[in-house]
Design a protein around this ligand. Structure first.
Ligand code: SAH
Length: 346
C-alpha cells in the first residue's frame, strides 16, 4: 500500500496521473491531507466518489490518533501522546509564545543515542518515523486546538539526523506552499551532533535553524554525559556547524542542560564562553529535568543566573529556557515510556 501522507507534491501529481485522474485532483487531494488535515477519504467532498473509492483501495491513510492530552495549568502548554498505526506511541508538545504557536515533534520511536540524562533513550530505538508521521503530529495538534502552527521544532523524542531521509522529506513538505507552507526560517532541528549528517544538511540548501545539544564545554565530560561524543569531538562538530552557518547564515543555538555539580561551575561557564565566542549564536540554558533513571538535579536559579552572566561577559547571547509545562510530566519521553509500560501490563 502507498503511504499517502509521506508523498510529496510532485509524487502525488505522478500518483494521480497514474490513476487516470485529472491533474488538478492532485492539488485537491494534497490540500485535503496537508492543509485541511483530513483524516479520512470520506471528508474529501470535492473529489468524485469513484476516485475516493480508488484511493481507499490503492493507498493507506493511517493518521495517528490522539491518545491523551495533558494541559499545563501554569502556561497552557499541551502535551500530546499519539498512537501510531502499529500501536507505537510518540509525544509532541504545543506551546503558545507571543510570536505564535510552536509545536515540538518527535522524529523516532525511542532513540539510540543513550544520553545519560534523557528519558527518551532508556528503552532504545524502536523505529524511525515516516515523514507523514512527523507531519501528522502537527496536523493533529492544529485540528485539536483549532489554531495555526507557525513554528516547528524537531526536539521531541529521537535524533532527527539519525532519520535523515525522512527528516529532510518532512522539512520540505512542511514548508511546501501546497501544504502548511511554514517558512523554513521557522523550522528548527535539534541534534546531538552527528557530524557527517550536519555536513550533508548544509548541502540541502534549506534555510532551517540548527540547535546543537552541547551540555559540556569539554570532550571528557561530554563523553560521560553523551555516548555519541565518543564518535565526534566538539572541535569537529563546531567546524561542521561553522560550515553550515557559512551556507545559510542562520544563527546557531547551543543547548546546555544545567546539571547541579556536574556542568554548572564558573570554570565551566568560562570554558564554554571561550569555546563559543565570536560566533553568531544563542546559548539556551535548560535546568535539567530530573528523570527517574538517574539522580541528576537541576542547577539552582541563583547559580544558573551566575552562569548566564559569565557567558554574557564574553558577549554571548544567553537565555534560560522558560520551563514550559513542568507540571505535566515535563521530562522528555516520560509520557510515552509510562504508556508503553502500561500497555505491556495489560
Ligand atoms: N536528539 C536531539 C533532539 C531530541 S532531545 C538532540 O539531542 O538534540 C531535545 C533536547 O532535550 C536536547 O537538547 C536534549 O539534550 C534535551 N534533554 C533531554 N533530556 C533532558 C532532561 N532530562 N532535561 C533537560 N533537557 C533534556
Amino acid at each position: 500500500m502507498t503511504d499517502l501522507l509521506s508523498m510529496n507534491f510532485g509524487e502525488m501529481q505522478e500518483f494521480v496521473r497514474a490513476l487516470g485522474e485529472k491533474p488538478y485532483r492532485a492539488a485537491q487531494l494534497y490540500s485535503w491531507l496537508h492543509a485541511k488535515g483530513a483524516v479520512s477519504f470520506s471528508e474529501m467532498t470535492n473529489l468524485p466518489k469513484t476516485f475516493r473509492e480508488t484511493l481507499a483501495e490503492e493507498a493507506e491513510l493511517s493518521v495517528p490518533e490522539i491518545r491523551t492530552v495533558q494541559e499545563s495549568k501554569l502556561d497552557g502548554t499541551r502535551k500530546y501522546l499519539f498512537r501510531l498505526s502499529d500501536g507505537e506511541y510518540v509525544e509532541s508538545v504545543f506551546m503558545r509564545y507571543h510570536h505564535g504557536n510552536s509545536v515540538c515533534i518527535s522524529s523516532q520511536v525511542g532513540c539510540r543515542m543513550g544520553c545519560t540524562f534523557c528519558a527518551s533513550t532508556v528503552l532504545g530505538l524502536t523505529r524511525n518515523l515516516t515523514a507523514g508521521e512527523m507531519l501528522a503530529q502537527i496536523y493533529g495538534i492544529s485540528r485539536d486546538t483549532g489554531e495555526r502552527v507557525s513554528n516547528v521544532v524537531v526536539m521531541g523524542t529521537g535524533e532527527p539526523l539519525d532519520n535523515y531521509d525522512n527528516l529532510v522529506r518532512f522539512l520540505r513538505m512542511v514548508s511546501d506552499e501546497h501544504g502548511l507552507n511554514i517558512s523554513e526560517r521557522n523550522l528548527t532541528v535539534s541534534t546531538c551532533g552527528l557530524v557527517p549528517e550536519i555536513k550533508r544538511l548544509a548541502g540541502e540548501k534549506l534555510m532551517i535553524n540548527l540547535a546543537l545539544s552541547l551540555h559540556a564545554p569539554d570532550d571528557a565530560l561530554r563523553r560521560r554525559l553523551m555516548p555519541v561524543a565518543k564518535a565526534y569531538p566538539i572541535r569537529e562538530i563546531l567546524a561542521a556547524l561553522d560550515s553550515y552557518y557559512s551556507v545559510n547564515r542562520r544563527r546557531l543555538t547551543f543547548e546546555y542542560s544545567l546539571i547541579r555539580g556536574v556542568n554548572d561551575s564558573m570554570d565551566q561557564a568560562e570554558a564554554l564562553a571561550r569555546l563559543l565566542k565570536r560566533r553568531n549564536c544563542l546559548v539556551n540554558l535548560i535546568p535539567v529535568n530530573p528523570v527517574t533513571e538517574n539522580d541528576y538535579r537541576e542547577t539552582r536559579p541563583a547559580e544558573a543566573a551566575a552562569f548566564k552572566k559569565k557567558l554574557e561577559k564574553y558577549g554571548i547571547n544567553v537565555t534560560i529556557r522558560r520551563e514550559m509545562g513542568r507540571d505535566i510530566d515535563g521530562a522528555c519521553g516520560q509520557l510515552r515510556k509510562r504508556c508503553t509500560e502500561m500497555d505491556a501490563d495489560l
